[in-house]
Design a protein around this ligand. Structure first.
Ligand code: FAD
Length: 116
């Protein structure tokens, strides 16, 4: 790939950022402590402020202000994040993702074992 060493464009940055975000959701505790919940809220807030694509960051901040991140459990946060990602998918004319599948996509892998 001739662009392998180039600075990331909005797409490369987006794919790797969603991978990080959904992976954080996948490893977040099922019953987080108060501190873990507070940390995740601060992380999302700062991530939304520092995301290095300014239009993206503005829209993500607006989304997180309108629909406050739900951090009381792994599944709550995973579904919240899936909704945030779907909002961007809609904006870009991409297919919406079925949020009942978020844990399979980002943690357990498909039942046929091809990711094991
Ligand atoms: P991506 O959207 O990067 O998704 C990667 C993989 O995640 C998919 O292949 C799929 O398996 C899985 N997935 C898809 N939807 C979901 C979901 N809802 N829940 C769980 N998993 C899912 N780009 C812009 O051009 N304009 C923007 O304003 C913009 N805002 C962004 C804001 C944020 C916070 C982030 C992280 C990215 C943003 N992007 C934006 C980038 C954009 O979302 C995509 O990452 C980029 O277009 C590459 O898309 P992709 O088709 O490779 O798949």
């Amino acid at each position: 790939d001739p662009r392998a060493d180039c600075p990331p464009d909005v797409e490369v940055l987006g794919r790797s950022s969603w991978t990080l975000l959904h992976s954080i959701a996948a490893t977040y505790p099922e019953t987080p402590s108060r501190t873990q919940q507070a940390d995740l809220l601060r992380f999302v807030d700062l991530f939304a402020k520092l995301y290095p694509c300014w239009v993206c960051a503005e829209d993500f901040q607006a989304y997180a202000a309108a629909r406050v991140p739900r951090v009381a459990s792994r599944d709550e946060f995973g579904i919240w994040l899936c909704g945030a990602h779907n909002e961007v998918n809609r904006k870009l004319g991409k297919k919406e993702f079925d949020c009942s599948k978020w844990l399979e996509r980002w943690k357990t892998g498909p039942k046929d074992g091809r990711c094991d």
